[in-house]
Every structure is written in structure tokens, then in C-alpha cells.
Design a protein around this ligand. Sequence first.
Ligand code: GTP
Ligand code: MG
Length: 446
Amino acid sequence: MSTPNRDRRGLIELAPPAEKAFLVAVDTGEDTGWTAEDSLVELANLATTAGAEVVGAEWQNRRHVDPNWYVGKGKAEELVAAKSETRFDLLVTDDELSPSQQKALESLLNVKVIDRSRLILDIFAQHARTHEGRLQVELAQLEYQLPRLTRLWTHLSRTGGGIGTRGPGESQLETDRRIIRERIKKMKERVEEVRRSRATTARGRDRRLMATVGIVGYTNAGKSTLLNALVGSEVALVEDRLFATLDPTSRQVKLGDGQAAIVTDTVGFIHKLPHQLVDAFRATLEEVNRADVLLEVVDASDAHFTEHRATVQTVLDELGAGSKPRLVVFNKADLLDPAARDGRAPAPVIAGAVFVSALTGYGLDTLRAELAALLASLWIAVDVHVPYAAGELLARVRERGTVELEYGNRDVRVFGRVAPTLAGELERAAADWSATLRENGAGGGE
Ligand SMILES: Nc1nc2c(ncn2[C@@H]2O[C@H](COP(=O)(O)OP(=O)(O)OP(=O)(O)O)[C@@H](O)[C@H]2O)c(=O)[nH]1
Ligand SMILES: [Mg+2]
């Protein structure tokens, strides 16, 4: 990773040469489970995914990040020497930089300086294919830029201040900020439109008749490969790179015993995922919130799977899906010692987890059976009265075939067991119905 990269003078290159990136991190010892070195390996992977060539990396143990230089002043000066040695033209820091830290490093090194968040945003921008994906990425980028404009100004006005710092400079900045804010507002409206039409399509299709399963997990864990394996065809894009998937893909998957579920593959998570992205991708990630259960795919062959799981949990909590029923799937079992995956030797075992290989098909039948069992265990007992007008809802309830309907004079009694989403809809319909009855002075349901 740190081999100096020689000039390729004399070579005619058709494609623009890859940017030469140098990576730097600070180890404060506060990032549970992660050393700066581990995090840098991941950062290198991100930089390569974004199209850069990593020519070197450094980290420093410090109690805190330096407010002026990110790393200590001395270390920052060492980077000047590293630059003449490796000829990097891009510096990437492992944590978010303040505008003043970025500016200080840029003037010292005379190269472009970006932080991990911006790198991730850039990868998302490169991989966004659909209208919705592009909208969300642009929204996240604007949200990332806005405070940076503001704080840059605060910083300048503090050092300069007073006479000469007002006038065109300020009004230009005010204009920029206003333009960005207006754009953010527009983008949010458009994202919301997309979200609404997606919700309508989701309702319109047969998916609500079936249980829904959301695949979640760290980026590159094999989520898309698993969906393809479960469906039996190549429906989702699989690539050995980070954030190959940005847009959700949903397919019907057979679970056995005639049961089926709609399984959705979506964007992966990563350590230090910019919060702007989580916010902007709420529309996409709503598939996760709507799911009856989550299938958490873990790359069992990755030494850091415990930390990966912690990151996934944090993001799920942020989305409000952290305590959804979940089946943990240890993927890439083919890369493990066979004794380990069969439970005969020490392995990354977690109670209730299923070992599979999405690549070879190992364990998929067990996974289908476990998923079916989990879904069935979640069904909720209902006994409610809904009006005849709720015909569409009743039709869906009937198709599940686990309830009995009693047709009364005034309304229909529904009792039996249904999936939680359906139970929620029934409870709401029943509550509305009894409110209507009360208003009409007809007393409660029969
Ligand atoms: N050896 C092995 N490789 C696997 C397995 N499952 C997936 N992979 C590989 O892991 C890489 C990532 O797979 P994807 O399915 O794209 O992973 P993902 O979780 O969808 O990743 P993102 O969409 O980028 O977040 C690809 O190179 C797959 O071929 C497996 O069971 N065994
Ligand atoms: Mg994927």
C-alpha cells in the first residue's frame, strides 16, 4: 500500500490517470473494536472503489483530534515529506474535517483534501443509477456542504472581522447559502414525491398479501448474492466493491410448505456512514422499516464481523428498525474451516444464526425453513369487528387463510392469526369502525 508510485512519463494515457491518494487517521482509542489501522484498511478500500490509487497511509495515536490540523502539527509537517516521496495529489482523512482543518491541510500540502464522509458521498454519486438514487445522493451532498459554507465563514470573520469583511463577500456567501437551502428544500420535496409513489406501488402490488423480509448488513457482506441465490436468478447486481447496491430490489422467494415472502435487498451500511446519507436515504430504507422481519447478512469470513454488526445495529436504531425481529445469517461459510461452519470447532457462532454460502448454496434450505418459522411465530391473534366497507382489507385477510370470518348484520367479525402488518391494519380499521358506531349513537360493535 505504501510503495512509492513512480511517474509514468513517456506513457500516453487515454483515460485520466487515477488520483494518487494518501490516507491519514487519528487513533484516539475511543472507537470500540476499531484501531486506526483497521479503519485505514477500510478507507483504502473506499478510496480504491472511488477510483483512486492508494500510495500510502499513516496514523497517529493522540488523545484527541487536533482542532487545527486534525493530526498533530508535527505529523502534518511529516505529510509534506510523504508528499514529495509518494507524489500524492489527494489526502483523505478517516474522520470528518472542519472547514478550517481542511483549509489548513490544503494550504500546507497544496493538494486536495477530503474526509471519509465526502469519499463515501462520492462513491454513492458514482453508483447512483436511478432517478431516486441520484436525488437522494444529491440531497445528502447538499446537506454535507451547507454547514461547511457556514462554518468557513464564521472562521474567516473571526480571524479578519470588522471593516472590509462585510460587503460582497458576505452577501455572496449569504446568496450561496440561500441557494443551497432552497435546493435542499426542492430536493426534499422531490424525494418525498418519489417516496409517496413508491409506497403506493408497494401497497398496490400483492406484496402486502405476503410477509416481507428486509435484507440488511454491512456493505459487501453478500446481500445481493443471497437474494439472487434465494430467487434462483440474477436479479440483483453483485460486485466485489463497496456500495454496489444503492436501490432496493424486491422479489418473491419460496420458503417451503407453499409459503412465500417478498424479500428486499437494499443499500449496505459502513462504519462512520455519513449521517446525511442515512437521512437522505430514508425513502429507500423505508423498505427496511416496512419489513416484517430482517435478514441480517454477516460476512463470517471477515475478522471484523463483530464491529460490522455493531455498525449495522447503530444504523438500524437510527432508522427505528433496531428491534425488529431478525434472523442472523452468517454468509461466506465456504471461506470458513468446514469444521467451524458445522459447529464442531470454534467459529463466529451466535445463538440462532444460520450458516450459509450464497455462492455455493450451502445452508439455503435451512435458511428458508428458519425464515418460515420466524415469520409464523410472529403472527398475532386478532378478534375484531370491521365494516363491510373494508372489503379490500378483508379480501387480503381471507387470502392468508388463517382467520375465520363471521358475517353479522352490521359488520364482519375477523378472528384468527395474521401477520403483524395485517393485524395493525385490522386493529386500525376496527377502531375507526367502533368510533363511527359511537358517533352514530349505535353503541359498540356486536
Ligand atoms: N466466497 C464467497 N463470496 C461471496 C459469498 N456471497 C457473496 N460473495 C462475494 O462477495 C462480494 C460482494 O457481494 P454482494 O452480493 O455484491 O454484496 P452486498 O452485500 O450486496 O454489497 P453492497 O451492495 O456493495 O453493499 C462479491 O464478490 C460476491 O461474489 C459467499 O457466500 N462466499
Ligand atoms: Mg448489494
